[in-house]
Design a protein around this ligand. Sequence first.
Ligand code: MLT
Length: 402
Amino acid sequence: MAKANENFNRLKESYLFIEISEKIGEFVKNNPGKPLIKMGIGDVTRPLAPVVVEAMKNAAEEMGVAETFRGYEDTGRGYLFLREAVAGYYSAMGVTIEPDEILISDGAKSDCGNLSDIFSDDNVVLVTDPVYPVYNDANLMGGRQVVFLNSNIENSFAATPDESLKADIIYICSPNNPTGAAYTTEQLKKWVDYALKNNAVIVYDAAYEAFIQDDELPRSIYQIDGAEKCAIEVCSLSKTAGFTGTRCGYTVVPELLELELKDGTKTTAQKLWRRRQSTKFNGVSYPVQRAAQAVFSEEGQKQVRDTIAYYQNNAKIITSTFDKLGITYTGGKNSPYVWFKCPGTMSDREFFDYMLKTIQVVGTPGSGFGKNGEGWFRLTSFNTAENTTEAMKRFEKMYEQF
Ligand code: MLT
C-alpha cells in the first residue's frame, strides 16, 4: 500500500480559515435570521478597477481570434510585458530589479508554500510567532525543523533577530499578517545583517506593502542594502488590486542570491526556482496577466489607490473605536489588519464565540496564528464601509459588558 507523508501528522487537523468557515456555517444553519458581518479572513469586497476589467476583456477577445490567440507562455516566468511593469513599480520605489529576476505566479500563498521545494530538508526554518500559517505548515509538510521567535506586545509584535536562535531560512511578513505591525528600515536591516552573517535566506512576504502610509517605512526588503544577496520577495495583487478571486502575484529572486550544495559548490536560488516552476506550474492565464499589467499603469495605480484608501478608511473606523474604548491594538495604519487584546481574561476562542453570538461579527482568534496569539484577536478592514461602521457600533455596545 502507498505510504502517507507522515509529516502531515505534525499539522493541526484543519487549516485555520477552513476551521473558521465551518464554525460560521454551523452558526448560520442554526441562526437563519441573523446575518453576519465577516471581518475574519482577509478577503476583499471592492470590485476590480475599471481599467483592469477593460484589459481582461480585451485580452479575452484576443484569445477568441486565431491571429492573436495564445497557448502556453513559453518563458515559464510570465509575460515580459508584466515583468517589465513590475520592474517599473520597483523602480518608482528606488529599487532596481531586472524583469528576469521576477517570476509571475498565482499569488503569494502558493509561492510562500512552494518555495520550500528549492531548499534542502535539513535547513532550520525560523518564523515569528504569531505567524501566517502557510510558512509553518509548508515547512512541516516538507519535514523541516521550524523554530519560533516570539513576537509580542513587549516588542510591539515586530520581533528582531535573536543571535542565539540559528536558522537557515527565515520567513518575514511586513506589514505583518496577522498583527499589522510594519518593520522600520532599522529593524529590517537587522534581519538582513543577520541573514548575511549567518548565510541564511529571508523569504519576505510583502503582500500588504501597498497599505503602508508612513513614507519612511520600507515597502520592499530590497530598500535595504545587501538584501539582493540574501532575500526572496513574494508579493501579490490580491489585497493591492482585489485579485483574491482573479489570482496573480509575483516573486523576485535576485540573480545574486546563492545557495550551497552538499559538495560545497554553489547554485542560484533563481535557477532552482525557475526549474521548480517550469516543472510544476504552467503559469497564469494571458487575460489575467494583461489585467495585472493594467494595475501598474498610471490610471491603474490611481484606481487601485482609491480602493486601498477605502479600506484604510475602514481600518480607521475600527481603530477610532478601539481608541475610544481604550483597547490595546497594533496595525490598522499601515495594514488592513487590526490586532487587539481580548477583554479581561477571555480567551480568543471564547471571544470569537461571544462576538458571533452577541453581535454576529466574525473575526479571527489569535491563537490560530500561534501561541503568542492567545488572548489576541484579528479584524480585517476588507468589508464594506457600511458593514464596518455597523460592526463597530455593535462592538461598542457589546463592550459595555466588559
Ligand atoms: C488571511 O486572512 O490571513 C489571508 O487572507 C489569507 C490569505 O491571503 O491566504
